[in-house]
Design a protein around this ligand. Structure first.
Ligand code: BYC
Ligand code: FE
Ligand code: FE
Length: 475
């Protein structure tokens, strides 16, 4: 193993070459990572050359390089975004104190837990998506899937770097556990619920990239505010890659809806499965499912963990430094009012918590506003195609497994349902086995250059200035 030049193998700006401690840890972890990638990464096309973006530097212009690589040869990389000037804690109880270059003993457990939870999602998503290339609607889409996969694996590297660098023996233990847990595994599942949900088809994937990766954007954004400078720097750089994942999700759904609307018009019928499309009400059900699952990722509205993270400067709000948005830097003023459902009386009531305890809900509110914008853009496409149907973001009450609505049943408009009503109507709200099977029927693989499966419209343009019919995957 000592013959591997890690500084060359792993592009980085952390001085890997001169850092014996991290080099030794990586020498032990890297082969295990490669084994995981082979066993739990993409099931096919591992030997094919893919037109991929590789992060090579931290400059805002030209931070990435585009070229053909085989996925196992991808250079995963460890990057810290540069710090502008001196960093001081800018929220919570210790405003004005210097930020930390190392982990303070009193926050070691919390930081470890945050980094492990964040890191665990990254390989989880790769595992969930591993079979999708077999039904890719085009080479363009297949390439985008693989781009997302290698970058999520790089995000794992980013978190493993923090663990190995700053948490000693515990960090090395956690780095191994990252490769041991597995999405959906009965004995050692991924930590957060959504990362154990099956991603069976491309509609799942596009919804996942729209809603679950967007949780990533907001969580990473809040960790980028942290007083622990190395974590702030790694997560800030991860955000530059995240934008493409959200693009893949949102445009994937947009192109699906576009094709569905075209088929409805051309065949003058709502049932477009026969003509190779996915009915818009089915797309809506997938959205209902993934949006509600992703809302759970923010944790409870009332959380002492969240209050503690905020008070100590470990985790801020999204865009915390914007004091027009958050005039109260300490987060001490006022209360957060949220709704909760009491099953004993069978109705909704409002509940108040001190602002700090509600930081999960504050972060989720920013996320929800962002999700609404995507729906507006999709509906513009539908309207432009003369489609009478529109997409609707379900109520935050709908189908929740975490937070203040777990005890109730609600329809996507947020109306209270009895258990019986829920049972009889749930098939109208979330994808059924039959819906999924019909989606599978139309999602046949297309691997001919420039061609697309019947259920999805081609993209507006190719990747990195290349034409749409570019050879994104060399077969
Ligand atoms: N599933 O106090 P509470 C991404 C646990 S996505 C299972 O309300 P807290 C990506 C919770 O851990 C971004 N368990 O929660 C996207 C806690 O357990 P402990 C991922 C859950 O701690 C796509 C207990 O319930 N990053 O990057 O305030 C592709 C009490 O909960 C769930 C992060 O999440 C759940 N849904 O907040 C690839 C950032 N929800 O600790 C990648 C780091 C809650 O008592 N994580 N629990 O044993 C955090 O900041 C927090 O852990 C959470 C939860 C926001 C997740
Ligand atoms: Fe990620
Ligand atoms: Fe992502």
């Amino acid at each position: 193993m000592s013959t591997v030049d890690y500084d060359g193998l792993i592009p980085n700006n952390v001085g890997l070459k001169d850092n014996r401690k991290i080099l030794k840890a990586l020498e032990r972890w890297h082969p295990k990572f490669m084994e995981w990638w082979r066993d739990q990464g993409p099931v096919a096309y591992q030997e094919n050359e893919i037109y991929l973006r590789t992060a090579v530097s931290v400059g805002s212009s030209g931070w990435a390089n585009y070229d053909y690589v085989r996925m196992p040869d991808y250079r995963w990389g460890i990057f810290l975004a540069p710090v502008k000037g001196e960093r001081r804690i800018h929220f919570g109880d210790f405003i004005g104190n210097e930020c930390w270059e190392d982990v303070p003993g009193e926050h070691r457990n919390e930081l470890r837990r945050l980094i492990v939870t964040q890191g665990d999602t990254e390989p989880g998503s790769v595992e969930q998506q591993r079979r999708l290339s077999l039904t890719a609607p085009s080479l363009y889409d297949m390439r985008n899937l693989f781009q997302v996969n290698v970058e999520e694996a790089r995000h794992l590297w980013a978190m493993v770097y923090l663990l190995q660098m700053y948490f000693g023996k515990d960090g090395r233990y956690e780095a191994e556990e990252m490769l041991h847990r597995c999405s959906g595994d009965a004995d050692a599942p991924r930590i957060l619920s959504t990362f154990n949900d099956p991603v069976e088809d491309w509609l799942d994937f596009f919804c996942f990239a729209t809603y679950t990766d967007r949780d990533g954007k907001y969580q990473l954004g809040s960790l980028a505010e942290s007083a622990f400078t190395p974590m702030s720097q790694t997560t800030r750089f991860m955000l530059t890659e995240e934008a493409h994942h959200l693009f893949v999700g949102e445009t994937g759904i947009a192109r699906t809806l576009q094709r569905s609307a075209e088929l409805m018009r051309d065949h003058d019928s709502d049932d477009i499965t026969e003509s190779g499309g996915i009915p818009i009400p089915v797309v809506q059900k997938y959205i209902n499912y993934w949006y509600s699952s992703s809302l759970d990722l923010f944790g409870s509205e009332d959380s002492s963990n969240a209050a503690n993270y905020f008070a100590n400067g470990l985790k801020g709000r999204f865009n915390e430094a914007n004091r027009k948005l958050y005039p109260d830097a300490a987060g001490n003023e006022g209360v957060y009012v949220f709704e909760t459902y009491d099953p004993d009386v069978g109705r909704l009531s409002s509940y108040e918590v001190p602002m700090r305890r509600a930081m999960n809900a504050v972060l989720r509110d920013s996320y929800v506003a962002d999700c609404r914008k995507a729906v507006v853009r999709w509906n513009k496409i539908l309207a432009k195609e003369g489609c009478p149907l529109q997409i609707k973001l379900p109520s935050e009450r709908f189908n929740r497994s975490v937070g203040s609505f777990v005890a109730g049943r609600f329809d996507p408009d947020g109306n209270i349902l009895t258990e019986q009503q829920w049972e009889s109507r749930r098939d109208d709200f979330i994808p059924t086995r039959k819906d999924r099977d019909r989606v599978k029927e139309v999602q046949v693989p297309v691997t001919e250059r420039g061609k697309f499966a019947s259920w999805i419209a081609p993209p507006a343009r190719g990747i990195h200035g290349q034409p749409i019919d570019y050879e994104y995957v060399r077969l």
